[in-house]
Design a binder for this molecule. Sequence first.
Ligand code: BG6
Length: 484
Amino acid sequence: MVSRVIPVDNFDLVIFGGTGDLARRKILPGLFRRFLSGQMTEGSRIIGAARGEMDDEGFRTLVREAIAEFGGREKNETDCIERFVERLHYVPIDAMGEGGWTQLRDLMRLDVVRAFYFSVAPSLFGAIAERLHKYEIANADSRIVVEKPFGRDLATARALNATLAEHFNETQIYRIDHYLGKETVQNLMAVRFGNVLFEPLWNNHYVDHIQITVAETVGVGGRGSYYDKSGAMRDMVQNHLMQLLCLIAMEPPSKFEADEVRNEKLKVIRALQPVENHHIVRGQYDAHEGGQSYRQDAENPRSFTESFIAMKCHINNWRWAGVPFYIRTGKKMKARSSEIAVVFKDLGHSIFEGDEARHRNILAIRLQPNEGIDLQVTIKEPGPGGMRLIDVPLDMTFSEALGPDAEDVTDAYERLIMDVIRGNQTLFMRGDEVEAAWAWTDPIIQGWEKRNDVPKLYDAGSAGPDDALMLMHRDGRRWRDIKG
Ligand code: BG6
């Protein structure tokens, strides 16, 4: 495959929280990969800003170590690493006070794109935004990047949006949901809107139901104090699964442009029906085969936080009326596997009899791992014995079909940061989208709190609580197997 890397304009990117976990694991190694590819130009710079005292050389050492620990095969590119770290600077900064801000202002250049990544707790967003303004560090063309969690309910999300809006326009605010930066998530749009084949079938005349699964094998160990206050609903459903649902369910935008796409996603969220309690299963993993339970991982022996959730949702519009969307996500599941499966209806009339009449088409889009698309089609079983039908996969695993370049898939974060520099907001959440998602989520969470809802236990390494299986069995359907 020919590389089509187009260099972005020169930039100064300030990373608040530049020495933190996300910066070390994702942002900085990702930027190094973009540098290696030629997309980040030699004239661009990255400025780490955090509370700790450190000089440029200290920060460069930290970044060399981060690349060695979290980089992929590019960590051996020693010469390039040295050229990359020359572009790094560091400013000790007091987010809530006045220290470091003048120094930061003096460091910034006028003739390049200025971007500010808030890789810090949301409680600091307001203070940083205000100081960027007060010290005239940000200008009308500057961009800010904010991370989830974007609020913990509608009220806090609104307050956060209002705080940012005091100093920045919506066109300057880039709210990251890293799922939108994943190659295969973008492929959802390519598959739907780049092929004539699927769109005519993409509605309640042909689709029986849709399943969205994001299963993880990791537990919450190491980040229990954050997670225990969030749970799967706030951590995964309100954002990542909601975005997947939007991309699957939205109407075709008239153009692949930021507001066109985001308008259509917003309509989906607003059309979501409130979910009835008996259509929701909350789970919490229990110790199994020597592993720790959720409560041990979260260091909270009385926790009722969910590490798993399954639910049946409906979208109240013409296209999807009557089509259930079953979504589920969980930690410590039997395999790491994320996929979306569009299960089509039975034939209106089959010319085959008995069991041979019962076959279905399923389009499965595997998001991770083994990224690819698999269309289950019905064919005649080869050989003698009459007209026996079987279902076989028309399977396209991207790494096989597209060769080694497909494995070199850009990490979500680096792609999204390049989009920030390019000024392309298509893959970022707009403020009203985030608020609409919370407006749908809030009553569900409030219902649990009011009832002191207790999540069902499930064995670590399983497919979640049995009640989740029942959620579909009751409807005469079943979940697809979770396979890594
Ligand atoms: C994060 C959640 O946003 O996404 C984590 O906070 C989760 O709990 C992670 O593990 C999953 O991301 P990915 O890219 O590994 O699927």
